[in-house]
Design a protein around this ligand. Sequence first.
Ligand SMILES: NC(=O)c1ccc[n+]([C@@H]2O[C@H](COP(=O)([O-])OP(=O)(O)OC[C@H]3O[C@@H](n4cnc5c(N)ncnc54)[C@H](O)[C@@H]3O)[C@@H](O)[C@H]2O)c1
Length: 359
Amino acid sequence: MSANTIDMPTEALSLKGERILLVGGAGFIGHHLALALRRAGAEVMVADSVLINNLVSLVVRRDIDPVRRALYQGFVLERFALMRDADVDMRVVDARNMYELSEVFNEFMPTKAVHLAAISSAVTANKAPALAYDLQITSLRNLLELCRLRQSETGQVVFFSSSTVYGDFENDWVDETVRPRPRGVYANAKYIGERMMREHERLYGIPYTIVRPSALYGIRCISQRVTQKFVENALMGKPSRLEGGGSGLLDFTHIDDLTDGLVRSMALPGGLSRTFNLTYGAARPVSELAAIIRDRFPDARFEEAPAAKEKPKRGTLRIDRAREFLGFTPKRDLSVGYAAYCDWYKAQWEKTAASLGQG
Ligand SMILES: NC(=O)c1ccc[n+]([C@@H]2O[C@H](COP(=O)([O-])OP(=O)(O)OC[C@H]3O[C@@H](n4cnc5c(N)ncnc54)[C@H](O)[C@@H]3O)[C@@H](O)[C@H]2O)c1
């Protein structure tokens, strides 16, 4: 029996004896989580198709220049190497295929499973609705069915939802009691996934944890969100767009804070059958990102652009519930975490450009 308690720091929590399956675990969040779970003593198996926002998509993409292609491929290969060195097992599996997933599942017999498989960009998901629904919902259906059939073994399924389920914020903040009003393919697929999780708990007694992260940033991300785009533009000498003057709010969250919260949700009993916002817990205007960029890259340029009408109005995702049940305390303020990320990115960029003779 684990002696984990809510007042313990994350590094002291133990998941020893747990076998944790990460479906879609070779992506940005998945590989960081796999490493964090190994540090907590769990056995970890990753099942990933490596098709979406991963190795294969990088090779076939035409919209990036040679430096960025080499840089992203380097990040992805480093993910695999880090997982290999940490004894994370990995299988190339398309989780939409029940046969493929069940082979891994039945061999590994997870005590916990985490579902991350998705098109993880709302903009891309809206452009490919059939694929987006299929990847998220069919893979989740298969995972939940396997857990139902092996109910006595799998004690917890963690589902990666998103802050986008809230839709347009009516106030500056939301907590988990605010009724979701999802807009668009991505947010609706997440909301459908949440409902599948709750119904499986109600009908078949499979304990769940739903997490709603927001605006993540951190090393080895290739998703080209605003945090990455601003750095790349600065490095390429291109101007970045400041929509609405940078007044839009986002609850920027460092990947290490998120993985701390996830380890806590799996190690502590308060993580079971609840929905949590897992963010930094304080929204910041995009203009603050721009200020950090200007500090790290004095030549960086920004262009004012009108506010994007299609983007939902966002704000703070309050984390009082995660604090109460998980003792979750994010530690990486944007001013420190993002500045360190900028410096790391610049070093990686320069190394890659030099290796291509473009330094
Ligand atoms: N990154 C963020 O800011 C953020 C915020 C909120 C929620 N999320 C959610 O967290 C999850 C992980 O996000 P990420 O940033 O790591 O994305 P990512 O694109 O880096 O990783 C997703 C992984 O899922 C895999 N995958 C997709 N379909 C699959 C399938 N059918 N079978 C097996 N593997 C499959 C991909 O190959 C990829 O490796 C996603 O569900 C995403 O929607 C991410």
